[in-house]
Design a protein around this ligand. Structure first.
Ligand code: DAH
Length: 353
């Protein structure tokens, strides 16, 4: 029965061709069943083996087995190919694309502005001083010639700390010169308290700036926040004048906001300076906001009473001081119209600086 032997090769070729083009794993299983399953075409060939004459069986058997091995190898190979294809990403991937970057942190806009201000003052010989945010009444008010009945000391607009309220605990600063009896702790309302700390700890001359956080009982709105930042300046030497003050402020503001900056001094009142002024500021940005001038700082010549309190002789020493809000400058500089944005820590805001 030569017919059977002649059938093996063409059947095998047909099966190999079909296995190679199976489109997916399910299709491959179907093709496998159609050829090698219990009722498959190749299985049928093997079943016919029994009908062959005895002397033809061994040769036919060998041929069929060899073909079967070949088919199974082809099946395994196609299965591998298809499994690999399903494991690969559906979309083509460009492995030469740059990797994903980790988001890098950066300095808060208020920190950046503060550093710029500090840099300008350093150029003209000012050093940075520091003081506590939880301050006592002596440094925050009394020594600054601010009497106990002054509204700035009112519990309504100042945060007093309950632990020490009305207490008789010693002053944390402890310089001990002329501290009053009341030593309640409060969150400092201005950085002016550090003027006293510095003058109490060193003899004149003094040339310092104090960047720092301050607190007020203000409800938050577009221009107010219960906490904000100030920079205090204090210059004490012999023969210091308002002209020095004006020149210094003008220099720093021109550095910060550009050479078209103009400043003007308006008479004002602060208990720790005499005379006192408010500084108004203008430049193209202010005009753009539809304003002529923007109030930016308080300042004046250090009051002789303050010098007396810290033990500096007011007949010998003269000086000026100022304090301004950092948020206000940052808002002007970057065109920010709501102070609360600085405190919300929204990355969409922060990453713009
Ligand atoms: N401490 C004042 C405030 O918070 C600002 C100020 C005014 C500071 C006059 C000074 C000064 O040093 O001399 O509004």
């Amino acid at each position: 029965m030569a017919g059977l032997l002649d059938e093996i090769e063409p059947l095998k070729q047909a099966a190999l061709a079909e296995l190679k083009i199976a489109p997916d794993l399910a299709g491959l299983e179907q093709t496998k069943g159609a050829w090698l399953g219990p009722h498959g075409k190749f299985t049928g060939l093997m079943k016919q083996l029994g009908t062959l004459p005895k002397d033809e069986k061994p040769a036919a058997g060998r041929l069929i087995n060899a073909a079967k091995v070949e088919l199974e190898a082809a099946l395994a190979e196609r299965r591998n190919e298809l499994e690999l294809a399903t494991a690969l990403p559906k979309e083509p991937t460009d492995f030469t694309l740059p990797g994903r970057r980790r988001p890098l942190g950066r300095l808060h806009p208020l920190t950046q502005v503060t550093e710029d201000i500090v840099r300008s003052f350093r150029k003209i010989g000012f050093a940075v001083a520091d003081g506590p945010e939880a301050e006592d009444e002596y440094h925050c008010f009394d020594a600054l010639n601010t009497p106990p009945d002054h509204p700035a000391r009112d519990t309504q607009d100042t945060f007093y700390l309950a632990t020490n309220a009305g207490g008789d605990s010693p002053s944390p600063g402890g310089e001990g010169r002329g501290e009053g009896e009341r030593q309640s702790l409060l969150l400092r309302t201005h950085t002016s308290s550090v003027q006293i700390r510095v003058m109490n700890s060193q003899p004149p001359p003094v040339r310092i700036i104090v960047p720092g956080r301050v607190y007020r009982r203000d409800n938050a709105d577009a221009t107010h926040n219960p906490t904000f930042h100030q920079i205090e300046g204090l210059y004490v030497d012999k023969g210091v004048t308002v002209g020095d003050l004006k020149g210094t402020v003008e220099f720093v503001f021109k550095e910060l906001m550009g050479s078209d900056v103009k400043i003007r001094f308006r008479p004002h009142y602060f208990s720790y300076t005499e005379p006192s002024y408010e500084i108004d500021f203008t430049n193209a940005l202010v005009k753009k906001m539809g304003k002529d001038w923007l109030e930016i700082a308080g300042c004046g010549m250090v009051h002789p009473q303050v010098f007396e309190t810290v033990g500096y002789d007011p007949e010998v020493w003269t000086g000026w001081a100022f304090g301004f809000g950092i948020e206000r400058i940052a808002m002007l500089r970057y065109g920010i119209n709501d102070i609360r944005l600085f405190y919300e820590n929204d990355v969409r805001f922060l990453k713009q600086f």
